[in-house]
Design a protein around this ligand. Sequence first.
Ligand code: ADP
Length: 550
Amino acid sequence: MVAIFALIVLVQIFSIVISAVFLNKSHNNQIFAELEHYAKSFGESINMPLVALLARDSHYRISIIDLNGNVIFDNTFDIKTLDNHLSRKEVQNLLRNQSPKAVRLSDSERKENLYFTRFITLDSQKCILRVSIEKDSLFSYLQNFMPLFMTLLFFSAILSVILGILLTRLITTPIKNINLSHPIKTNPYAELHIFMQAISKQKKKIKKQLKRIKQNKIEFDIITKNMNEGFFVLDAKGNITQSNAKALQILRLTPYNQHINIFTLMGDFTRAIKESINSGNQTFEISINEYFLQVICMPIFIKDKLKAIIILLFDKSLQKDIFALRKEFSSNVTHELKTPLSAILASSEMLCNGLVLEKDRDEFIARIYAESKRLLVLIDKILKISFLDSSLEKNHIERENLNLANLITNILPNVQNLANDKGTECAFVGNELEANVLGIPALLEDMIYNLSENAIKYSPKGSKVQIALESDEECVILRISDNGIGIAKAEQERIFERFYCIDKSRSKKLGGNGLGLAIVKRVAKIHNAQITLNSELNQGSEFIVRFDKA
Ligand code: ADP
């Protein structure tokens, strides 16, 4: 719009100046013709009284100048006041036989004098006749054009605004209608073809890049989502820009506050991160919420400026727990092994040294036998627990499709022998059930045997123990119940711990060592089965294990 306006104004100025110059010039030519005509009317030779007569009422200024430049007649000014005219342009022109016409500007430049000169003989003296007239100068013409110019300028401004809007619309509407999905097809201007080609190429390139970025993002999300480690990225200010599910879980963040500034939130963690960046030590260990973590903190510097911090969180809680449990387990094992071994050693030493009376020998030998058997059972259970722990750690267990009812039927005779020895009854309900689960037969047999053995062990003579199988849409449910001594609520959690016996001396008497339910718990875990306990003190207990159907 400004350009259109400027162009119109320029054209106007140009045409006004040209017209003014042209008008001025043609006016001057016309005046010169009149001046010449008038000068010639004086004839070749004239006398002063005739000059005075001719010049008296003339609207021209008539001067007669002698060849020395002195003005000897002038009808407008007193000749005494006039200086020598020899140097005047019109006089010089004539003397040098150049043009008889001359134009001189007034001091203000608003007026100009047009002169026509010719030689005449005045009273037999060769003189110069100068006829002149004053008129408006070119500058004055231009000034006269000013109001017209301003009016035109005003209309030009309006015209250029209207033209600008119309032209812009005319040009931009087709451009606006270009479909950027098909820039070449919908391009309305041939001049834009190369440009549209470039857009089309660029579009394809961007599309490809976007696809790649999208793919990378999907891959990145899948990888980070399934990572066991927490992963997140901070910007230089400490805002979380990226994070995976595990990191959100560890830091207890939700999708709503997942972009918080970590530096403003977590005191110890923030301090540790800052310290790690400053010291250059990228790894540290810290407890956050219920987690014990190994943290790897990688600051990213670009041109010595911290740009981002990548943080990896390795959950070491389990290892820490396992380490503590192993420590406790080893001391328990040592203690539990030492007891029967010491008894065996003491009895056998006394036998060897002949310190046992003949009548007591059988009793000593029986004690050695019983303790050795107890030792063997204990070692067997300890090895089982170690095996189950390492299987759980490795998380690689091959399971087969098996029928729990068949499995129970297999071990039922052994369990019933135990019950008979104790004077109790043991029945299996649900042996006709199609109770297929994925599992490891030997471990499941162990589990069912341990639970049944406990039910028999902790029930009085004449009581009834039941092994039952049921199934619903999704699960096969194993219930082993008794109406024995029951388990107090406070003990119900702890009985699954290794070496935990509610009453140590009672368990020892009954051949227990506190490992049976620890094994049961691990076997259930390996089979992703949920184990629950319903028990009332002195009323009996029911252990329920839910397996997913195969
Ligand atoms: P133990 O070898 O001592 O039986 P377990 O790990 O099998 O070890 O059992 C842990 C404790 O749980 C036992 O000492 C016992 O007090 C209690 N317990 C287990 N099963 C029963 C049950 N069916 N009835 C009552 N108490 C039980």
